[in-house]
Design a protein. Structure first.
Length: 160
């Protein structure tokens, strides 16, 4: 048994175009349901408004996540000062004046308990090393659904 899901603009399964359907395996469907039931709390940080809107909508609609969106690292750091709990901070690397790596290090030094995952649309060879040094995952943009779902599932498993 498989479920049909609509592919949104910004997703990048290489064999599927936006608007086409994608069949999910029973295992992927079970993972998706597990993520949905967890109602993850996510802080989405990216200076590209359209990207935030697309990914935020996807996280809310497909995974039933509670998503707060901010346009930069400074705003994210201020937002986290409010004491709100997040399961995941999904953050772009290339932002100004504070980039995602700097913000990640600052969040870690402040004791933020959320899983932090960085994203980039650039192919810079030092990015994976820098992410490794911070002990965080690095996803390529546009985000691939299967990789995003794996990250979300790790957040669910980390709650246990």
């Amino acid at each position: 048994m498989s479920m049909v899901a609509t592919v949104f603009v910004g997703e990048n399964p290489s064999d599927v175009r936006p608007g086409q359907t994608l069949r999910l395996s029973p295992a992927a469907l079970a993972e998706k349901e597990r993520i949905k039931s967890a109602r993850l709390k996510i802080l989405l940080v990216d200076d590209e408004t359209r990207f935030r809107e697309i990914v935020g909508r996807k996280l809310r609609k497909i995974y039933l996540a509670e998503v707060d969106e901010v346009g930069g690292a400074e705003e994210a750091l201020k937002f986290l000062e409010t004491g709100r709990h997040f399961d995941l901070v999904l953050m772009d690397v290339s932002m100004q004046p504070i980039d995602g790596f700097q913000a990640c290090a600052e969040m870690q030094s402040r004791g933020v308990k959320a899983r932090i995952v960085l994203m980039t649309g650039f192919d810079l060879s030092d990015f994976p090393k820098r992410a490794d040094s911070l002990r965080v995952d690095l996803l390529r943009k546009p985000l691939q659904t299967d990789l995003l779902q794996k990250v979300l599932l790790r957040c669910v498993e980390g709650r246990s």
